[in-house]
Design a protein around this ligand. Sequence first.
Ligand code: UDP
Length: 245
Amino acid sequence: MSGTPTEPAPVYRRVLLKLSGEALMGEMSYGTDPVRVREIAAEIATVHRRGVEVAIVVGGGNIYRGLAAAAEGMDRASGDYMGMLATVLNALTLQDALEKANVTTRVQLAIPISEVAEPYIRRRAVRHLEKHRVVIFGAGTGNPFFTTDTAAALRAAEIHAEVVLMAKHGIEGVYSADPRKDPDAEFIPEITHKEALTRGLAVMDSTAFALCMDNQLPIVVFNMAGGDNIDRIVSGERVGTLVRT
Ligand code: UDP
């Protein structure tokens, strides 16, 4: 069991977990699977109990995909604001599940909705982490034309997270090509930011990746479906792909 005295001390003190909206979908084609959300919350709770400070940036793909038809033909910026609002719904879903797993949380939003959650205030977010609360960042960066990957890289740099944990759905890490399309795609266990950039590998979107590279922020790309992969990463096990300077 986690948290026992025999367990190794965590190798990270503060992590930024990027959860895509898809991670909350389970096997559904869109929407939120409550069973999956509970599993994710339990996994995060385990790591949190070990003393790791956890901040989360959540995506909106699971809801936004359902809205995409409605958004078709809309102005890009308007569609993006809808996407950011979708991430707010996911942030609240995750908050509820974490609190049910006895984890104290705070949601901070990049687009203030004062009746719902705190606005994003960097120093306050850091204080919450120090007080051992999980901080969930919603509404992405608050700006259209960005993604939640960029929000993850940005918040990680701001709060001095030691690593960005990029949770993937059904994919083990970074490959030389898209393993879903190319049977010869090779798994890459470790790579530098620079080489990943030169080879054009899909680690995260390019704006987000540039931010991580410029700030020498390590990234671990891993499969969330493993059940205890976050705990293993935090224990220092090699899981997924490590990207570092
Ligand atoms: N989005 C945005 N600015 C941000 C973050 C997100 O405009 O800083 C919008 C964008 O339209 C994006 C959507 O919100 O497609 C949902 O986020 P994302 O696609 O990154 O979620 P994920 O794929 O990780 O679930």
